[in-house]
Design a protein around this ligand. Structure first.
Ligand code: SF4
Ligand code: SF4
Ligand code: SF4
Length: 315
């Protein structure tokens, strides 16, 4: 058992045993290697099954919305930023939460690891920066840093921005000369190239909405795509409806997206949906100097109104 798992189990079990929280939200092992599942523990025994490794990439803030209990939650850097979003947007209160912060060393990109093998993966083990991956016929030791998810490679907030306790010493944050090379490459395309890029990007979308359901920002009681009166967008596979869903969802995330990657992680078709939200993350930073989920004292820029706004459109 790795040190993070051990500490998470100990802290979560103690919280429940001492009655400080009603439940703890964490991860348990899934049924196949490289799969972890968000889990709720209500007893110390249940908390003793929690795990932590480089596959715990879903965003647990997603399970906080409108809950009324006293909650313990395991939070890596990006989860903690979405917890901040949730508090600022009145979806949960700080007083309800006991945040077990995890200084994060990055999550792995499962499709690129699976692509190394012809057969199904039967074992995945993380030993520090080395990953041991086995199939029935083959085994490889690979460097974790070479197989990080794209968002983890550009993440500069790996330590939780808000927490009650940390499971380990803070990690050194990355400093990157240019975290937005991917967005700039798309910005530099001409109109036709950019159109083709996004058209191809969405080719495989089956509109399962897993990306939306995994995103902690998408908590509307009725999503615009599910609304039937009025019906904002058609329900089928017509390309204009598929694009409308993705464009509108991205705009609903503007100034709020933490680039946690849960949307991409959940997509069964491996579609790079962050190509939409990354542009808005970059614009929020450049236009407003804003990174989502870093402070409890300010609302996202597109969520505020100032009567003295210098732009004429608001008057
Ligand atoms: S985005 Fe950052 S905090 Fe989140 S999993 Fe990746 S490295 Fe960790
Ligand atoms: S999860 Fe993937 S396939 Fe499903 S709606 Fe989102 S982009 Fe489309
Ligand atoms: S849009 Fe995707 S990357 Fe952004 S907060 Fe939601 S799940 Fe995370």
């Amino acid at each position: 058992m790795n040190a993070y798992t051990e500490k998470i189990r100990e802290l979560s079990s103690n919280l429940l045993r001492e009655g400080k929280v009603d439940l703890v939200i964490g991860f348990k092992q899934g049924t196949v290697p490289m799969a972890t599942v968000p889990a709720i523990a209500r007893t110390p025994e249940e908390a003793a099954t929690f795990v932590w490794d480089a596959n715990c990439s879903l965003n647990l803030a997603n399970y906080l919305t409108n809950r009324t209990e006293k909650i313990g939650i395991i939070a890596k850097g990006c989860d903690s930023r979405n917890i901040v979003n949730h508090i600022v947007e009145n979806k949960i209160s700080r007083e309800q939460l006991y945040i077990i912060g995890v200084p994060c060393t990055g999550m792995v990109d499962k499709p690129s690891i699976r692509a190394l093998f012809d057969l199904e993966i039967t074992q995945f083990k993380e030993e520090g920066e080395t990953l041991l991956v086995k199939t029935l016929e083959n085994e490889l030791k690979i460097d974790k840093q070479d197989y990080l998810r794209a968002n983890c490679r550009t993440c500069m907030h790996r330590n939780p921005v808000i927490h009650d306790v940390l499971v380990a010493e803070p990690v050194v944050e990355q400093t990157l000369e240019d975290p937005f090379k991917d967005v700039k490459a798309i910005e530099q395309m001409d109109d036709d190239q950019r159109w083709n890029h996004f058209e191809t990007l969405l080719d495989g979308c089956i509109r399962c909405y897993a990306c939306r359901n995994a995103c902690p920002l998408c908590y509307c009681p009725t999503c615009f795509v599910d609304e039937s009166n009025p019906q904002w967008v058609g329900k089928g596979q017509d390309p204009s409806d598929v694009r409308t869903f993705h464009f509108l969802r991205a705009y609903h995330c503007a100034g709020r997206c933490t680039d946690c990657g849960a949307c991409e992680e959940a997509c069964p078709m491996d579609i790079r949906v962050r190509d939409f939200t990354r542009k808005l993350v970059k614009d929020s930073l450049e236009i407003y100097g804003w990174e989502a989920g870093l402070t409890l004292d300010q609302r996202p820029p597109l969520d505020t109104f100032k009567p003295d706004d210098p732009d004429a459109f608001i008057k």
